[in-house]
Design a protein around this ligand. Structure first.
Ligand code: GDP
Ligand code: MG
Length: 163
């Protein structure tokens, strides 16, 4: 069966946009409201000659601060446990936020192959966030624009090396 790649990260970083781009259909709901994806979604993805299953995650829409960490951990744990490679997205325009650091710490502990993706990196507005993301300790980030399709060949090379 095909390897499974899970897209994880805090709400609104562009996970569903990337999912849609990799699947090539409008399967995931994309909205300006953070965290609109209600459940995990699986799709058949293709990138160049790579074929894999892609998993879109969310589940943080009821952002009760007291339960957020617990919900996030449960969702991410399930996704990360079932996948072969983690695509960890941050929003390069927003920079590295505490919730991103929380995620990064968890992912480091999971010891799964991970690709750090600084999304929304088109133009100059993403440069600061891209540089800050080196400090997450997850390797060199890939500068991506899921919306505009920039950085796709770097993502391809990273996935080819991990799959
Ligand atoms: P999710 O909550 O992580 O699934 O994020 P979504 O895919 O729903 O995207 C959240 C918002 O970010 C939407 O308004 C998208 O159009 C926007 N977005 C996604 N990718 C990019 C990108 O590469 N650049 C910019 N500027 N916006 C993006
Ligand atoms: Mg989503």
């Amino acid at each position: 069966s095909l390897p499974v790649v899970a897209i994880v990260g805090r709400p609104n970083v562009g996970k569903s946009t990337l999912f849609n781009r990799l699947v090539g259909k409008k399967l995931a709901l994309v909205d300006d409201t953070p965290g609109v994806t209600r459940d995990r979604r699986m799709g058949d993805a293709r990138l160049g000659d790579l074929k894999f299953q892609i998993m879109d995650t969310a589940g943080l829409e009821d952002a009760d601060p007291t339960s957020l960490a617990g919900r996030m951990r449960a969702m991410s744990e399930a996704a990360i446990r079932e996948c072969d490679v983690v695509l960890f997205l941050i929003d390069a325009r927003a920079g590295v936020l505490p919730l991103d650091e929380h995620f990064a710490e968890f992912i480091r502990k999971c010891e799964r192959p991970v690709i750090l993706v600084a999304n929304k990196a088109e133009g100059k507005a993403g440069e600061g966030g891209l540089l800050d993301s080196y400090a997450l300790g997850l390797g060199d980030p890939i500068a991506l624009s899921a919306e505009h399709g920039e950085g796709t060949s770097d993502l391809y090379e990273a996935l080819r090396d991990k799959l």
